[in-house]
Design a protein around this ligand. Structure first.
Ligand code: DX5
Ligand code: ZN
Length: 227
């Protein structure tokens, strides 16, 4: 079972990084009740991105609840040498791992580590990276989806970089139809529809959901923006 079964034509993924960590379980539960299917979980190592974010200990605290509801956790690895972290993330209940093009000189072997763990795999790339180079590597390594960053990775709550829209369009044109396309960074009610029309079917949203008072309402607002 993988992304093709998880996705109901399109998924909005709440990004846990933007949650209130003093109330994490409660916030995840409320979103599961609102029928969130996939959560996005950001792992940062303080090297590839400046901050250390969260890791397997936090993941293992929430993954049983997520799985009980038939939902999944997509782990975005903003780390150097991601292959070192993949088995622990699997052990903690991760369902999918996304590694960055910029730090995977041998992508097929990184992907093989994830496949050995029976994980789905994505390839992410930064705003400075050539879309064509990332697409070529993704196709060669047969990943399940490609993540086009629409901010410089590191923090939630940054403004969407408008040039990302054309990059998503370009990427969609290069990838086979079967490969999913994810966008992460500054996604909200004002750009989500355009991003979907440009070809994205996995839309990560941090501040646009967790930055609001009523989380289910914020999630539904994004769903409605796509309707
Ligand atoms: C930051 C992370 C994102 C972040 C998105 O680098 O990869 O997933 O949480 O947050 P927003 O939607 O607030 O930009
Ligand atoms: Zn992310």
């Amino acid at each position: 079972m993988g992304w093709d079964e998880w996705i109901r034509t399109i998924e909005i993924e709440p990004s846990i990084y933007a949650a209130d960590f003093a109330r994490l379980g409660e916030q995840v539960e409320v979103l599961l009740r609102a029928e969130v299917r996939v959560f996005h979980f950001d792992v940062g190592d303080g090297h590839f991105i400046p901050p250390v974010t969260m890791g397997p200990i936090v993941l293992q605290a929430i993954s049983p609840l997520v799985h009980q509801h038939g939902a999944f956790v997509d782990c975005h690895l903003m780390v150097e040498s991601p292959e070192r972290h993949i088995p622990q993330l699997r052990g903690a209940g991760g369902d999918s791992v996304t590694v960055h093009y910029e730090v995977c000189p041998d992508l097929p072997s990184t992907v093989a580590v994830a496949r050995e763990q029976d994980l789905q795999v994505g390839l992410a790339f930064n705003p400075e990276t050539s879309v064509a180079d990332a697409a070529e590597a993704a196709i060669a390594a047969k990943v399940d989806f490609v993540l086009c960053m629409s901010i410089h990775p590191g923090y939630s709550g940054q403004d969407f970089m408008p040039e990302a829209l054309d990059r998503v369009r370009e990427l969609r044109g290069l990838l086979p139809e079967s490969m999913h396309l994810q966008v992460d960074g500054g996604v909200g009610p004002d750009n989500i529809r355009e991003l979907h029309e440009a070809g994205a079917d996995l839309l990560v949203a941090g501040a646009a959901i967790f930055g609001r008072e009523d989380l289910p309402r914020a999630y539904r607002r994004l769903v409605q923006a796509l309707a």
